[in-house]
Structure formats: structure tokens, C-alpha cells
Write a new protein. Structure first.
Ligand SMILES: Cc1cc2nc3c(=O)[nH]c(=O)nc-3n(C[C@H](O)[C@H](O)[C@H](O)COP(=O)(O)OP(=O)(O)OC[C@H]3O[C@@H](n4cnc5c(N)ncnc54)[C@H](O)[C@@H]3O)c2cc1C
Length: 611
């Protein structure tokens, strides 16, 4: 396999946009300094990380993306899984450049970077090659979980190795009969005399299971101890190394067998394993924490981070797909200006001149910009929460914690759904060549689809938003908290240039409120089918107003920048483009929120039972 640098880079990124959100919209420099907890991460340092991440994405991951997909993973006779050969050298460089350490805490050898920087970096790295990034993807949340709940010896034994990228971490929840419904988990754990547990059972769909990229893998396994209660409350979390580390440091087979690797629609470079614990010999694991039955609570932060990462991964791919589409639309010459088609001498024009192609491009652009603003806003709130816990002052950030809770299902579900649509639109802009393997677009569509399915399907996110976060049917101030956060919309109404757009945003917020009231009504009189029939529509609508709010905020900044800088030509185009995409979103996407709100008023009879 050729070195990545000799292959064509399939990744496209827009650091200018990322910088706009970080520095102009979130005012990250001042805000981070005000937190006082991340002194090592000045604006210059953050900029250097962004540049390095882009370089790594462009020089290694983007060039490997299609090659690794074609080569795929292969199961070896010894039960380990061979990853695409191109990933081996990249992994070495990935570790040498310290990317596995970025978000890990200094106590275990990490760099302790603020959450928002990690997510900005992840947009570039996951966007460039998600299959490669999945191998290290659970490293930070799993190490943080062990640090929070595990004994000192577990932390010492596993966390520094995960932080250094010597070992990787995986999450093992799904079983053949337990997918969305984890209450059906059957994997068993029985206590042994030495205090460890014998683990027996099958876990399927384990991302990064059994690979041979590193000498060891740490599995977090959700299992049911002997005599445990039924359902979710009987589940505990176990740390199961693929190879057991003896006291002398020797690594010994720990009875984790790989029965097969899945043959998937996409993500061919990432192995998805069916593992059997206690396959041909005893498999041992450590209980995480001092008590049984705390598995679901312990997993909460891992799940939340995985959901945010899913959104980031979706954003990175959608952004690259959009930029590919713009590039192609500028080059491909086809057709004439409108009204000239029967004139044989009419000049042929690049397809970007056609209004329908421009419609597709601006649809993608406005959504990508909005999704980036949404995820980075969420990442900023999470940074404040983490900073506060580092200082030990938990209570002062309860507002930000609630906002993280509210925005997480939106970041996971809305962004993954839209990313899939954006990748499809990018193929459409390319016409027939978009359907070919010569271009990376068909792979984008294959690789992005999983995001609406894993980490809790998007329907589960919609239910989580309604019940878990907004507590529909009960008294809760969460919805008002979100509307209150969008206060800047009122400021926009005072800007003459945006009057029409801000009226539309206000109308959409009012429509979502009406929708919420209706869903409350359904829930209170136990019309659960009606409430759930509209759950996905509701999540989409809330996401659209939040995205609209953030795009409006960005447009006001862009307008001010334009007013104060007419001379800088490159910047003028950038800011004008931002104004145009925000306007498009307000006037073309938000009106659909009003329609969806009206649909909520109608009975669920629109969802028949099919026999
Ligand atoms: C490539 C890949 C990688 C994965 N990686 C991992 C991993 O690393 N670790 C891991 O543990 N798992 C992993 N998974 C599993 C993934 O998390 C599950 O596929 C997901 O949770 C959905 O479960 P399921 O596939 O059993 O679908 P099901 O639960 O059978 O759902 C099928 C459909 O029914 C709907 N549905 C289910 N229950 C309800 C309900 N009560 N009400 C309404 N609708 C419902 C769902 O929304 C969905 O549309 C991976 C899967 C894939 C494909």
C-alpha cells in the first residue's frame, strides 16, 4: 500500500468557518481566559492545534480514506482482526503527534485540553477518516469513567496506556437480542475468589473490537451479575482487557474470542466485531466502582460524549461533502444561462450558475454552518461545566449543565440526519460522477448513515428530549430555559436589515412552543401514541430554531464586520456569504417548522398501523 502522502487527499475543510465560530461568535479567547482553568491554552496555542489537526487530516487521513475503505479489515486465524495496512503507519504518527493525549487529564499523562478544542479538532480528524478515528474514539470518555469510578489500581493499570494510545478502548453494550432495549442484556458476571468476575456472553457490533493495531484493548462490558434484578437496574459495568496484564507485566490471552467481523455498508476500515467473552477459556473482568448495579449511571457520561462525538463526526463529513460539491460545481460546465437553451451559440456555463444547483449548495452551506454553531455552542457549555468541576464549584454552572443536556440529543440526532441528507445532496450536485467510486461522495453517504442508528437511534434521542430532558407531561422550566437562551433573537429584531428574518425566527419559536404545549396535553391525558408520533418532528423543529438562532447571531456579527471593514476583499466575500446563508435558512427552512407545528395539532391518525 502506498504511503498516504502519495495518494489524493479526499478531505475538504474550512478553517475560516471554524475560526469564525470560535473567535467571533463564541469569543473563545476572552471567555476561556475568564474561566481561569486552561491557562496553557492561549488563543495562539489553540490556533496551533487547529493548524496541526488540519495538516494531519490533509496529509494522512484524507489520503488514506478511500484506500482503507477498499482494503477493509480482515479476520486472522488467531482471532485478531487486521486493520487496513495504511492505518499502521498513520497510527504511529497519530500517537507521536500526541492526538490521543489531547483531551485526557494531566493526571494520567494527558494534555487536559478544553472540551471545545477537542471537538474542533475532532471535526477535522473524524471528518477526514471516521474509520481510523473510531479506534481511538472511546479513549477519552472511557479513561474519564475509570478515573471517576474505578479504583486507584485500575486507573494506574489502564488509563495512562489508553492516554498514550498504547491500548485502545471499546464499549460493549449491544447483544443479538438487546439493541435499543438494553434491559434484555444477558451477558453474565460471576464473582471469583480473587474479587474479579468471570464474564460470559456475546456482544455484537463492537466498534474497534479485536483489532491488531495495538497490543491490547480495553472493553467496557455491560453485564448482569449472578442473581441480579431483571432490567436496566440489574446491570453493572466491567472492565475486561482483551489480554490480561499479569503482575510481571506479561500480557496473557483473556478468553475474548472474535467470532466474526461484520460486513457493512460503510466504515470498512473500522472493524465491527462479534465478540464472545469466555470463548475457549475463562474470561475475567474487573467491576468498575465499589458497588454492583451502577452500570447505567456510570455509563451516562460516556454515552453523552459519544452522542456529541457522533454529531461532530457527522458535521466533519457533511462539511467536506459540501465543500466538494462547491468545488465541482465551479468546474463542471454544462448548459446555458436560463432562457438561452435553444440558442446554439450561447456560452456554456459552470453548473454553479444554475439556480437549482445554487439552491442545493446554499441548503448544504446554511445547514453545515448552523450545525457547526450548534455543536460548538454545546461544546462551549460543556467546557464551562468541566472547568467548574476542575475548580470544585459545581453549583454555579447548573444552567450550562442543563443546556448541555438539552442540546445533546439535538447534536446527535439533528446533525446526523442532516449530514446524511447533505451527503446525498453533494452526490446530486456531482451528477453521475457522484455515484462513482472515483469520487469520495458515495463513501461519505455510506459512512455517514450509521450515525442516525448508533449511540441510541435518533428516535431514542427524540424521546430523550421529550421525556428525559423536557419532562413532557410534568412541570419543568427546561423549555423556557432554552427559549430564554435564545434571547439574542430579540436584539436581531431591532436590526432593520434582519427584520423579516427575525420575525420568521420569532414565529418559528412560537410554533415550537405551541407544539410543546400540545405534546404536554397529549402526555397529560395519556395519549402516548400521539405524543410519540410527533417526537421526531419535534426534535427536528427544536433543532431548527436553535440552529436559526445561532445563524442569526452569526449574521449580526458578519454584518458588523462588513460595516467596519469594507476594504478587506477576501473577508467581505466570507461575511457576505454568511449573511446569505443565514437569510436562506430563515426564509426557507424555518417556515417548515410552522407547518410541522400545525401537524402536531392533528390526531396521530396520520400514522396508521400496517398489517
Ligand atoms: C457499525 C456499527 C457500529 C456499532 N458500534 C457499537 C459499539 O461499539 N458498541 C455497542 O454496544 N453497540 C454498537 N453498535 C450497535 C448500535 O448501537 C445498535 O445498532 C443500536 O443501538 C440500535 O440497536 P439495533 O440495531 O438492535 O436496532 P433495534 O433496537 O432493533 O431498532 C430497530 C428500529 O426500531 C426502533 N425501535 C426500537 N425500539 C423501539 C421502541 N421502543 N419504540 C419505537 N421504536 C423503537 C429503532 O429506533 C430502530 O429504528 C454498532 C452498530 C453498528 C451498525
Amino acid at each position: 500500500m502506498a504511503h498516504p502522502a502519495t495518494q489524493k487527499n479526499s478531505f475538504r475543510s474550512d478553517l475560516g468557518e471554524l475560526r469564525f465560530v470560535l473567535w467571533s461568535q463564541l469569543k473563545l479567547g476572552e471567555q476561556l481566559a475568564a474561566l481561569g482553568t486552561y491557562q496553557a491554552f492561549s488563543s495562539d496555542v489553540i490556533e496551533r492545534f487547529l493548524d496541526s489537526a488540519k495538516r494531519f487530516a490533509d496529509e494522512y487521513l484524507g489520503p488514506a480514506y478511500q484506500a482503507a475503505d477498499r482494503e477493509g479489515c480482515r479476520m486472522l486465524e488467531n482471532g485478531r482482526v487486521e486493520v487496513p495496512s495504511i492505518y499502521r503507519s498513520i497510527w504511529r504518527t497519530f500517537i507521536d503527534q500526541g492526538w490521543t493525549q489531547l483531551g485526557q487529564s494531566p493526571g494520567i499523562g494527558g494534555l487536559g485540553a478544553p472540551f471545545i478544542l477537542c471537538q474542533a479538532v475532532n471535526e477535522l480528524l473524524f471528518g477526514a477518516d471516521p474509520s481510523f478515528m473510531i479506534y481511538s474514539g472511546f479513549g477519552v470518555p472511557v479513561a474519564q469513567l475509570i478515573e471517576k469510578y474505578g479504583s486507584r489500581s485500575l486507573v494506574e493499570k489502564f488509563c495512562p496506556r489508553i492516554a498514550q494510545g498504547e491500548w485502545t478502548a471499546c464499549l460493549c453494550m449491544t447483544e443479538p437480542d438487546a439493541g435499543s432495549d438494553l434491559a434484555l442484556i444477558r451477558t453474565m458476571a460471576s464473582r471469583l475468589d480473587d474479587g474479579t468476575y468471570r464474564i460470559t456472553g456475546d456482544k455484537i457490533f463492537v466498534s474497534g473490537g479485536a483489532h491488531d493495531l495495538t497490543e491490547n484493548i480495553v472493553y467496557l462490558v455491560l453485564a448482569r451479575p449472578k442473581d441480579a434484578p431483571q432490567g436496566l437496574r440489574g446491570l453493572s459495568l466491567f472492565l475486561v482487557p482483551h489480554r490480561w496484564a499479569s503482575d510481571s507485566g506479561e500480557l496473557i490471552d483473556n478468553g475474548v474470542g472474535c467470532l466474526r467481523i461484520e460486513s457493512k455498508m460503510g466504515l470498512h476500515g473500522s472493524c465491527t466485531a462479534h465478540l464472545r467473552f469466555g470463548n475457549d477459556r475463562e474470561c475475567r473482568g474487573y467491576l468498575v466502582g465499589a458497588n454492583l448495579y451502577e452500570g447505567m449511571v456510570q455509563l451516562r457520561s460516556v454515552m453523552n460524549q459519544a452522542r456529541i462525538s457522533t454529531g461532530i463526526y457527522a458535521l466533519g463529513m457533511a462539511s467536506s461533502a459540501y465543500l466538494h460539491a462547491v468545488e465541482y460545481a465551479k468546474e463542471r460546465v454544462q448548459g446555458t444561462e436560463l432562457g438561452q437553451s435553444i440558442n446554439p451559440r450561447a456560452a456554456r456555463v459552470p453548473i454553479i450558475e444554475h439556480v437549482d444547483v445554487r439552491r442545493m449548495l446554499v441548503e448544504m452551506q446554511s445547514k453545515v454552518e448552523g450545525m457547526r454553531a450548534l455543536i460548538l455552542r454545546l461544546a462551549w457549555y460543556q467546557t464551562i461545566v468541566e472547568s467548574s468541576s476542575l475548580r470544585g464549584g459545581d453549583d454555579e454552572v447548573s444552567r450550562q449543565r442543563k443546556l448541555v443536556d438539552l442540546l445533546t440529543p439535538l447534536a446527535k440526532a439533528y446533525v446526523s440526519d442532516q449530514a446524511w441528507r447533505i451527503c446525498e445532496l453533494a452526490i446530486q450536485v456531482h451528477g453521475g460522477v457522484g455515484y462513482l467510486r472515483d469520487y469520495p461522495l458515495e463513501q461519505y453517504a455510506r459512512d455517514v448513515k450509521i450515525l442516525s442508528i448508533w449511540e441510541g437511534t435518533n428516535y431514542i434521542q427524540a424521546v430523550d428530549l421529550l421525556h428525559g430532558k423536557l419532562r413532557v407531561g410534568n412541570q419543568s422550566a427546561m423549555f423556557d430555559l432554552l427559549v430564554d437562551e435564545m434571547q439574542s433573537v430579540r436584539t436581531a429584531a431591532a436590526v432593520p436589515q434582519f427584520q423579516h428574518e427575525s420575525q420568521m425566527l420569532e414565529a418559528a419559536i412560537a410554533a415550537v412552543r405551541k407544539m410543546f404545549v400540545k405534546l404536554q396535553e397529549y402526555a397529560k391525558c395519556r395519549k402516548l401514541e400521539e405524543a410519540h408520533a410527533h417526537a421526531t418532528r419535534f426534535l427536528e423543529s427544536v433543532s431548527e430554531v436553535v440552529t436559526g438562532w445561532l445563524l442569526m447571531e452569526g449574521a449580526i456579527i458578519a454584518k458588523d464586520k462588513l460595516a467596519s471593514n469594507k476594504s478587506g476583499d477576501g473577508d467581505v466575500t466570507f461575511y457576505e456569504r454568511k449573511l446569505a446563508s443565514a437569510r436562506y435558512y430563515m426564509l426557507n427552512v424555518l417556515p417548515a417548522v410552522i407547518m410541522k407545528s400545525q401537524l402536531t395539532e392533528t390526531a396521530y391518525g396520520t400514522v396508521p398501523r400496517l398489517h
